[in-house]
Ligand binder design. Structure first.
Ligand code: NAD
Length: 467
């Protein structure tokens, strides 16, 4: 077990005494708790609930959102422990941070403020209206954060949502949906506003995608899933895979860069899509960066021989990532090649050639290649190549504004983080709202309530000015 089992057991017991029991979370199929037997039942409930929501006030919507934030925070530790136990991915303490971030920094109804234009020809009002029922496919990597974030955003915009969680995170995801559903209903919200099927599968995903009463689709996942929703013929938002490069030039504050990279690449064992996945560093300062990364006390430098052993372990013969090691603690991975590490370590680093598979694959584990380049221009060119057009995330450490601008312009990512860990771009220690559905392929960026709206214009053709 990667997390301290006694601690988690104590936390779970404490939380369960006061709040919702795990048993209660996993009662399967009882309609009325948001978890339905069939897609048809979930969509029918969502249609009715969304209709009711449109006749309720924004104030009532705010109450539902406040209740969703509260129930997510109150049950955070239970749900985080459940996610780690069920998916065997990531770290308990980082999932706790993710849930706090999604509960507190996902915008509510303030995100859909109307806009008005007044002039000689009258008044025009632009309102952000709901799209109706949204189908949302969620990933195994962030089963609670994505559901909290998407549910708050979609309901703030006046929609209902039918989730199809990843089957590998079924219990945690449906548990989270039950909690949110209960919280909404308790403050007078319509039942069915948030729902899922009790046994989500690829078939139920297809059923949701094809359902005539589902107005919009959102997928948070890998390339195949994004492509599937984009082929659906419906309005679709795709938040896909990334391979974020972090570039360090010779002007960087090297110690700060080293700490940021170790922290950013190791959060949740590298399973956030935004995590640094390869370091590209100008040769002049490469030794210093590696030394400072080790001096954080959290990063273990692998010898070339060890790096070969680890690569053979985590990269399959077919050239993909071995799923057995995704999201695991560094100790678990290195133990397989006979390296014992203390609990304080969070990341393994090694020097790699440009064509090393872990430079090009989305490894989602705390094993980090470091590639040397002659100068910043070579670094920019190479980073653009390894980002592979995902338009997802890139990070740079530099004090040269021209260099940072040149990289940002060349790489064209949705998130570009300067002089901090990647997660600062998610609002964790950085400014701005959070999102765990980052829509690079379809361009909505860090999604929020406004993403899930359609624009409606109302024009009054008379002078309506008060000045
Ligand atoms: P995944 O693509 O395997 O699954 C995501 C969801 O899509 C699941 O609900 C799954 O059941 C469904 N799905 C998968 N293939 C499908 C298909 N062909 N048709 C219909 N539905 C399908 O992804 P995952 O392993 O759960 O999550 C990890 C991936 O998600 C990584 O690539 C990561 O970068 C990405 N991710 C992206 C973001 C973002 O905001 N851009 C956030 C989290 C994760």
């Amino acid at each position: 077990m990667d997390i301290n089992q006694d601690y988690v057991t104590t936390v779970i017991q404490k939380v369960l005494e006061n709040l919702v029991s795990e048993e209660e979370l996993s009662i399967s199929g009882a309609s009325g708790d948001g978890v339905c037997q069939t897609v048809e039942e979930a969509v029918a409930g969502a249609v009715q609930a969304q209709k009711k929501l449109t006749s309720m006030t924004l104030g009532q919507r705010d109450q539902m959102i406040a209740a969703m934030r509260k129930v997510s925070l109150d049950n955070n530790e239970t749900m985080s422990a459940m996610a780690v136990r069920e998916t065997k991915l990531g770290r308990f303490e980082d999932k706790v941070k993710e849930n706090i971030l999604c509960s507190t920094k996902t915008p509510g109804t303030e995100d859909i403020h109307p806009e008005a234009k007044s002039g000689d020809d009258g008044l025009t009002l632009l309102e952000h209206a709901p799209v109706g029922v949204i189908g949302s496919l969620t990933p195994i990597t962030n089963p609670t954060g994505t559901i909290i974030h998407n549910a708050i955003s979609m309901i703030a915009a006046g929609n209902a949502v039918v989730f199809n969680p990843h089957p590998g995170a079924r219990e945690t995801s449906t548990g989270m949906i039950r909690l949110l559903h209960k919280a909404i209903v308790e403050v007078g919200g319509p039942p069915g506003l948030i729902s899922s099927v009790s046994q989500p599968t690829m078939d139920t995903a297809k059923e949701i995608m094809a359902h005539p009463k589902v107005n919009m689709l959102v997928v948070t996942g890998g390339k195949a899933a994004v492509n599937a929703v984009l082929r659906s013929g419906k309005k679709a938002i795709g938040a896909g895979a990334g391979n974020p490069p972090v570039l360090v030039d010779e002007t960087a504050n090297i110690r700060k860069a080293a700490k940021s990279i170790v922290d950013g690449a190791s959060i949740n064992n590298n399973i956030f899509c935004t995590c640094e996945k390869e370091v590209i560093v100008v040769t002049e300062i490469a030794d210093c960066l590696i030394k400072f990364m080790q001096e954080t006390g959290k990063a273990r430098l692998l010898t070339p021989h060890e790096a070969k052993q680890v690569t053979a372990l985590v990269v399959t013969r077919e050239g993909g990532i071995n799923p057995a090691f995704i999201g695991k603690n560094v100790q678990v991975i290195l133990k397989e090649v006979g390296i014992e590490l203390g609990e304080e370590f969070r990341l393994a680093i090694f020097e790699a050639d440009k064509d090393h598979p872990l430079v090009w694959l989305e490894q989602m584990m705390p094993i980090m290649p470091i590639v040397r380049v002659a100068d910043v221009q070579e670094g920019i060119d190479f980073a653009v190549e390894v980002e592979q057009g995902n338009r997802h995330t890139a990070i740079m450490h530099s004090t040269n504004v021209d260099n940072m601008t040149a990289f940002a312009r060349a790489v064209q990512t949705t998130l570009f983080v300067k002089n901090g860990p990647s997660y600062a771009g998610l609002g964790l220690g950085g400014e701005g709202h959070t999102s765990f559905t980052i829509a690079g392929p379809t361009g909505e960026g860090l999604t929020s309530a406004r993403t899930y709206t359609r624009q409606r214009r109302c024009t009054l053709v008379e002078s309506f000015r008060i000045i």
